[in-house]
Design a protein around this ligand. Structure first.
Ligand code: SAH
Length: 525
């Protein structure tokens, strides 16, 4: 990869690049600053620095007063519970987020000041620009395919997609990935419509676009390089929650708070509650069995220290602490077929003390494998997963988000965003036999390495005095070490290298940076 980057199609990008903060060995590292200088200096679109990202931890906000309960989806939930019994959290999440008539994403404007949360691409255009630059380095390193497709999971308003396309287009022709098709995985009809409009408004209406309901529907290809991105997608996928009790692992379920209460629309009340299933559910049985098997087949890890054991009620240490996710993926790929199908994450399941909770997202496992498969084509590809979370499992991160505040996930179903921290080590394990994962790195490290500061300086030079402050605070927010810069992580995915080929580092996911990030993550728990 590095030798390819030094010649041919990337020459113009590399010419004149600074060497200051990046290792000499990595040509991709030198690509970014030079490419950035070729971008236009149009100013940031919006100043949304005061709005709240969904990474906000559980302790950061409290719901004010008792919410009014909207009746529609609640009635569906209550009828379902009365018919089938309490619902697994995963089923509750699916109904709340994706119900075709009353679902959160299907019915409302969720983004921006009138919505419930704000995301990085909506805060500053620099975010999408820097991701685009990373893809350019990968595309060039893998042979600069003459045909490129972009696959985005959960594109929201289409802002990130549009910024990536705009950045590609603004580069000199031989350094610009020629986008020949777009594939969007989106289950909201309303958002599909917004994405279509955004593409047209950006002048990209001529590129063929297909919408799909799931990543598995996106066709494989040997004809195009695949750029794949999932920004704030995995956190919205359904999770199961399990708790270790004196009787073994039991699933946490959503039940009706008072089955005899009559629903009076508009009357404040707490209609739902979390309960523990008194007996094993199909999911808890399956995961308990898998965890026992996993423990039998996974090499023992050092027992957790007293301090980390105390943190089990909220978070769990990484399976192979402190190795970062890519090494977890590599070990999965060299294991036996039986080990491949059993996650080391689940081995920890078996060892947790009573009272511990564990959040597991089988849906995320499947999506991660789908992403890995899409990078298997002859033309190669590169993927980025950006989300809040870490390279470890979480136990109590499930939360609701409404009007820029963290709220009870059971309140106002269908009107509340539901989200959980992403376990990047689980994603890496899932795709370990299909692709190579790198990281995760904190968002601040990733964006700064790719050239956030020079890009910001460029935008500031061209901005009016009034806009300067807005642009600066938006960009700084993306890398704030106490907020988005550390809470959000970036994991990269590249095609699996062929047997015997030397291991290559993938800028900026250098070994030292990844280890530093893993150690930092450990200190926080
Ligand atoms: N990536 C965008 C939007 C994040 S919100 C941004 O960062 O601004 C999550 C997005 O994923 C929305 O577009 C939502 O409709 C979509 N989504 C959530 N769950 C989905 C699922 N199971 N299948 C397809 N799309 C889903």
């Amino acid at each position: 990869m590095l030798s390819q980057l030094r010649k041919g199609s990337t020459r113009a990008l590399i010419k004149g690049a600074t060497r200051s903060a990046v290792p000499q060995c990595c040509a991709a590292a030198r690509t970014a600053p030079s490419a950035l200088r070729k971008l236009s200096t149009s100013s940031t679109r919006l100043n949304l620095a005061s709005q709240t990202p969904r990474s906000t931890p559980l302790t950061a906000g409290k719901e004010r007063g008792t919410p009014l309960v909207p009746a529609e989806l609640l009635q569906v939930l209550e009828e379902t519970i009365k018919t089938h019994g309490p619902l697994p959290v995963s089923r509750y999440m699916t109904l709340c987020l994706a119900h075709p008539t009353f679902g959160y994403y299907t019915t409302r404007k969720v983004f921006g000041s009138s919505g419930d949360f704000i995301t990085s691409p909506e805060i500053s255009q620099i975010f999408g620009e820097l991701l685009a630059i990373w893809y350019v380095t990968q595309w060039a390193a893998q042979g600069a395919s003459p045909r490129v497709r972009i696959v985005e999971l959960g594109p929201g308003r289409g802002t990130l997609l549009s910024d990536i396309l705009r950045t590609f287009k603004s580069l000199p022709k031989h350094s610009s990935p020629p986008v020949t098709s777009i594939h969007l995985v989106e289950n909201s009809e309303a958002l599909r419509e917004e994405q279509k409009k955004k593409l047209q408004a950006g002048g990209f209406g001529d590129i063929p676009v297909s919408w799909w309901g799931s990543v598995d529907e996106v066709p494989p290809t040997n004809d195009e390089f695949t750029v794949i991105v999932a920004h704030e997608f995995f956190d919205a996928l359904p999770i199961h929650v399990f708790e270790n009790t004196s009787n073994g692992w039991r699933e946490v379920m959503v039940d009706i708070a008072d089955p005899k209460a009559i629903i009076i629309p508009g009357k404040p009340r707490k209609p739902l509650r979390l309960v523990l299933s008194p007996s094993p559910t199909p999911a808890s049985t399956l995961y308990t069995r898998l965890s026992t098997l996993a423990e039998e087949t996974t090499p023992p890890t050092p027992s957790p220290s007293a301090s980390s054991a105390l943190s089990f009620d909220t978070t769990l240490p990484p399976a192979h602490s402190p190795s970062p996710a890519p090494r977890a993926a590599a070990s999965a790929s060299s294991s036996s077929p039986q080990q491949q199908s059993i996650s080391p994450t689940l081995a920890r399941f078996a060892r947790l003390p009573e009272g511990s909770r564990m959040e597991i997202s089988p849906a995320s496992w499947e999506v991660a494998r789908g992403m890995g498969r899409l990078l298997g084509g002859e033309r190669g590809g590169a993927g980025l997963v950006v989300d809040y979370g870490d390279a470890k499992a979480f136990g109590r991160s499930w939360r609701g988000f409404r009007k820029h505040q963290v709220v009870d996930p059971l309140s106002e179903p269908g009107h509340t965003d539901l989200t959980a921290n992403v376990d990047f080590s689980y994603l890496a394990e899932a795709m370990g036999d299909l692709a190579t994962s790198h990281g995760p790195l904190p968002q601040s490290t990733f964006l700064t390495s790719l050239g956030l500061q020079p890009r910001l300086a460029g935008l500031l030079r061209a901005a009016t005095p009034e806009r300067k402050k807005e642009i600066e605070s938006a960009a700084k927010r993306l890398i704030d070490s106490t907020g988005m810069g550390s809470q959000y992580k970036v994991m990269a995915i590249t095609p699996k290298r062929t047997e015997g080929a030397p291991e290559e580092e993938c800028f900026p996911f250098l070994k030292e940076a990844a280890e530093g990030a893993a150690e930092g993550a450990e200190e926080k728990t």
